[in-house]
Design a protein around this ligand. Sequence first.
Ligand code: FAI
Length: 555
Amino acid sequence: MSTTENLRPIRRALVSVYDKTGLTELAAALHAAGVEILSTGSTAGKIAEAGIPVTPVEDVTGFPECLDGRVKTLHPRIHAGILADRTKETHVAELAELGVDAIDLVVVNLYPFTATVASGADFAGCIEQIDIGGPTMVRAAAKNHASVAIVTNPAAYPDVAAAVAAGGFTDTQRKELAAKAFAHTAAYDAAVAGWFATQVAETPEVVGAQWELLEVLRYGENPHQAGAVYKTNALGFGKELSETGGIANAVQLSGKAMSYNNYTDGDAALRAAYDHAQPCVAIIKHANPCGVAIGADVAEAHRKAHACDPVSAFGGVIAVNRPVSVELANQIAPIFTEVVLAPGYEEGAAEILATKKNLRVLKVVPPVRETVEFKQISGGLVVQDRDALNDRGDDPQNWTLVSGEAADTETLRDLEFAWKAVRAVRSNAILLVNDGASVGVGMGQVNRVDSCTLAVTRANTLGSRSTGDAAKVEAGVGGASVADLVDALPPQRAQGAVAASDAFFPFADGLQILIDAGVRAVVQPGGSIRDEEVIAAAQAAGITMYFTGNRHFSH
Ligand SMILES: NC(=O)c1ncn([C@@H]2O[C@H](COP(=O)(O)O)[C@@H](O)[C@H]2O)c1NC=O
């Protein structure tokens, strides 16, 4: 199709915008192209201030703006002008009979409802920011795209200026603008409906949500599946109407295009790394950590995380909760890694990583975690509050000691780290920790005994592949290479470790596996009907065990 096909000249434009960005430039361009500009209250005021001729809508409607701006453009002289289908002779004749002039272009953006809710405004304040006249015009113009062009985004003003100067928009362009406009009002209404529903009931009866296409991906989880990534525009829940952070909003600095699995693993990595206040690195494979650790700085945290399972870290996705230092970049560069996610990169660090053409390097604002999350099920969705850490069971001060001596400071620090880190492991999850680093991960088993066995086996098997030179471990923290540190792993890493279990032990058998492997302290939610049996096993072994009263399943 030629770009000049079915151009519709623009003679009259209605401009009514809350966000005045680019307004005077747009108005100047419209005026220069000979377009008559109709406008509302403060929009008209701003255009007039710039010395550009503008017709107030009141001059068209013959009716004053009233009720604190609740009625400005809601008038048949405006809406007949927008909705008349110029391709129908009857509509054109009716307009002439009624003395209504047609409107060819509508430029509207809406009251900032979502931002008002986010600002903590009271109920009445939020209600007042529900735009009524704006969406009405947007929908009318979008419906009548055969005759009218509708623009809702100030970023599109330069295109409008160019189109107006070139003689108008084509059919295809007006159709595309209409699709965007309907998406815009749908997102707006989803936000209003979601917020409003939560004002009358905790769980909304109907959920509207809207996502905006970011990119079509090469494929989905497997090559025969189509895939795409969308970002959240509006969620039909009052808690968080949109999310500006998170992996969907990350900026890619270098490397190949992100894949479906990169996105999902990257998200799991972010969640794992951002559960800790200290510098933390999480390395994820297939949604599970193959290493997560805290350290004095991110480079140390990475050495410790990588040492957990250097075999699996090959091709991993790494998230860091602090800017990546040059030292860390130099550590990561030699290791085949799919993605690095961090809130920033110190000078020179991004350049080092950019030399790896296959490595995707992303700058990311951490996601908001106090939102809801969905999981699709056949025929519907399950929805829940996201599992965020809380100041009850996730705070060691609120734990209950049920066996052995109270943990000393270092042990308690490891238990706290283990408890927070086990949340990142798929259930049934058991995590062994030593010195702020995972050393054995038992993930995704269908019973807790197997998760215990897996955690112990992996801790000890991976350790046994190294020389076990403890002196090198000491040196590693002081700056030895990742390879040196891994080479220096003690062969029996379960011995002397602490353990966290994401849910209670239903029987003593799983715990016994940890005890037999030399685990010296355990943290778990408690709450099993056989807690007494489990506590008895811990007491018989003389190990420390805490109950958190709080579970962190992750399926
Ligand atoms: N009520 C109406 O008739 C009406 N017509 C347009 N608006 C909105 O008023 C705003 C612009 O107003 P002003 O030009 O006064 O700043 C726009 O965001 C537009 O969406 C209206 N306001 C809200 O409903």
